[in-house]
Design a protein around this ligand. Structure first.
Ligand code: HEM
Length: 464
């Protein structure tokens, strides 16, 4: 009763036929126009509510926070991750303990402090070396940015990194990029909607194989940690978790099984998001050379005489900050966030939503919402600058979502984006190759949006 309205529903299929399962973003927008900011869909028999627009999303996930802080437990990714980890954990003590632990650990390891900056800078040096080797040639930057993001989070979690030509990093990055595309793609939607097909040998089985591969790798790394660790002197996230396990008594929610999936969550969430944001950033900067040039002018001025950029320098770089935020807005890296679920019977904008209903936050609808942005539909850093040229962040800037389930890697991601983009723009000019044709800015849909593969030319800047 009083459930949000939605398109007509068929037996077995629900409202699946109203969506292009390869990329439903346009359908979500179309349905919003017909049914408003809160409407319902049915995945088979399973009801879902799609929420759109800044006001509605804020009301749900920030103001009524706990009511909307659950995660559905019967979707394809829950089966693939064996219901472990933090990203898909339902609202409750296991999620709370693991989230708090991850936030605290990453902070102790220097999030916002110098040591994390040093780790990022070490990795940037490898990116710089790759670019120097490509001077004058045309380069595909996909692997380079994926490898850099992957290595940074790998160092935080496992204390190690892989050379860019190491077979292992190729396997890991491929596994992560495949999984984030599969997790809410066509086969996942069919898996969710039609339980009868689950035992069949269909393409979704690849995700289970990828996960098995990752767990084998992680178990090997954890075993090595067990042999070499000094209790109380942690080197990385895994050591911290093992220390925590030593201290936890009976009834603790920490376990080795959970550790493995926790490493997966941080590793995968930290790789595909940051790298795709960087790829989007350089795609736009090459095609808006005047914006690239203005960034470089600001960087040269602020960093004059300095060896390296620090995260604190962002306070003196309003234009660069505006560009990075605009890149994140336009990249729309996690377009539907991660699906939420109501934790109790609740209400939203006058509609009743029962406990256990899946909630899809259409972040896309906020990041390009008319009325929230000066230029909602174009790439324009002015969206984040006031009349005095100062950096301002509108409340509708929600690429990391908001509320209790908000991205826990936001601090790390922001530091990476700033240090990487500033260092590379200071040293190089990025040029759209003359023979590359017109750029295609339309991203490929998945849990993370990915720019279509492109190439770049790199020139050493004369000043450097
Ligand atoms: C540009 C980079 C990133 C973007 C745009 C992004 C975006 C998001 C979004 C939209 C969510 C879902 C929030 C919700 O359900 O309401 C999320 C969750 C999460 N992110 Fe990120 N993320 C980024 C980087 C990272 C990094 C670097 C890490 C790793 C340290 C990370 C770890 C996580 C985790 C563990 C969650 C689950 C939080 C929870 O369920 O409590 N993310 N992220």
């Amino acid at each position: 009763k009083n459930f949000p309205p939605g398109p007509p529903c068929l037996p077995v299929l629900g409202t699946l036929l109203h969506l292009n399962l390869e990329n439903p973003l346009k359908d979500f927008q179309r349905l919003r126009q017909s049914y408003g900011n809160v409407y319902s869909l049915f995945f088979g028999l399973k009801p879902a509510v799609v929420i759109s627009g800044f006001k509605t999303i804020k009301e749900a996930i920030v103001i009524k926070a706990v009511d909307f802080a659950g995660r559905p437990q019967d979707l394809f990714p829950n089966y693939v991750t064996q219901r472990n980890g933090v990203i898909l954990a339902d609202y409750g003590s296991v999620w709370r303990d693991h989230r708090r632990f991850a936030l605290m650990t990453m902070r102790n390891f220097g999030l916002g402090k110098k040591s994390m900056e040093e780790r990022i800078h070490e990795e940037i040096q490898c990116t710089v070396d790759t670019l120097v080797k490509s001077l004058g040639a045309t380069l595909s930057p996909q692997f380079m940015f994926h490898n850099a993001a992957s290595n940074i989070i790998c160092k935080v979690v496992f204390g190690t990194r892989y050379e860019y030509d190491d077979e292992m990093i190729k396997i890991i990055v491929k596994c992560f990029t495949d999984l984030t595309k599969m997790a809410n793609g066509l086969w996942a939607m069919l898996y969710n909607s039609i339980p009868l097909i689950r035992p069949l040998p269909l393409p979704f089985n690849k995700a289970f194989k990828d996960m098995e591969m990752y767990l084998g790798l992680a178990a090997g790394l954890v075993n090595e940690h067990k042999k070499t660790r000094v209790p109380g002197e942690p080197r990385d996230f895994v050591d911290c978790y093992l220390d925590e396990l030593d201290q936890q008594g009976e009834g603790s929610s920490f376990s080795e099984e959970k550790l493995l999936m926790h490493t997966f969550d941080l590793y995968v969430a930290g790789t595909d998001t940051t790298s795709n944001t960087l790829l989007t950033g350089f795609l736009y900067l090459m095609n808006y050379p005047h914006i690239q040039e203005r960034c470089q002018q600001e960087i040269d001025q602020v960093l004059e005489g300095k060896d390296k950029v620090t995260f604190d320098d962002r306070h003196n770089m309003p234009y660069m900050q505006a560009v990075i935020h605009e890149v994140q807005r336009i990249a729309n890296t996690v377009p539907l966030s991660v699906f939420h679920c109501t934790t109790k019977d609740t209400e939203l904008m006058g509609y009743s939503i029962p406990k256990g209903t899946m909630v899809i936050q259409n972040l896309t609808s906020v990041l390009n919402e008319e009325g929230q942005w000066k230029f909602p539909h174009e790439f324009n850093p002015e969206n984040f600058l006031n009349d005095k040229g100062e950096f301002v962040k509108p409340e509708a800037f929600m690429p990391f979502s908001a509320g209790p389930r908000m991205c826990l890697g936001e601090g790390l991601a922001r530091m990476e984006l700033f240090l990487i983009m500033v260092t590379l723009l200071r040293k190089f000019n990025f040029i759209w190759p003359e023979d590359a044709g017109k750029p295609d800015f339309t991203p490929v849909y998945g849990i993370t949006s990915t720019p279509k593969p492109y190439t770049m030319k790199v020139q050493l800047r004369s000043k450097q």
